[in-house]
Design a binder for this molecule. Structure first.
Ligand code: SF4
Length: 137
């Protein structure tokens, strides 16, 4: 018996409707894609679904209290909560450069987390975040 699975490709904003035909747990056919990325996405999604993770981590010594970060590669979908949990409890120290490695092998996934923006240090005593921002702008 042929099982049909419908997916939407996340490879680009076109969001092509994909259909997998599965026989005895094996992919027999993928249809609906406009480019090869869609076929690869459908196969990956069926055999080993993965997601990129973007979030923020605490940076008490930074000019802003949170640093935006992301995984450099997608992590297994079922490991996303563990990755988010690790990053939720992580604290980093400013200054940070955009692209700097924040954490290697996050939650044992083998995937590295990097900063997606630079974050300078908190100003010295007497200067507040507000007046530093005014000076910067
Ligand atoms: S199949 Fe290709 S064109 Fe269609 S959504 Fe995926 S990446 Fe975009």
């Amino acid at each position: 018996m042929v099982e049909k699975i419908n997916l939407t490709c996340l490879g680009c904003p076109m969001g092509c409707p994909l259909q997998l035909s599965i026989v005895d747990g094996e992919i027999r056919e993928v249809t609906g894609y406009e480019c090869k990325r869609g076929e690869a996405y459908a196969k990956q999604e069926y055999t080993d679904p993965r997601r990129m993770v973007s979030t923020t981590v605490s940076c008490p010594t930074g000019l802003w209290p949170r640093l935006p970060v992301k995984t450099v590669d997608p992590v297994p979908k079922d490991r996303v909560p563990a990755v988010v949990q690790v990053l939720h409890t992580l604290e980093v120290k400013a200054p940070i450069q955009m692209g700097q490695i924040i954490l290697a092998n996050v939650a044992g996934t083998g995937v590295t987390v990097i900063a997606t923006r630079s974050l300078p240090e908190m100003p010295e005593a007497g200067k507040t975040r507000a007046n530093m921002l005014m000076v910067d702008s």
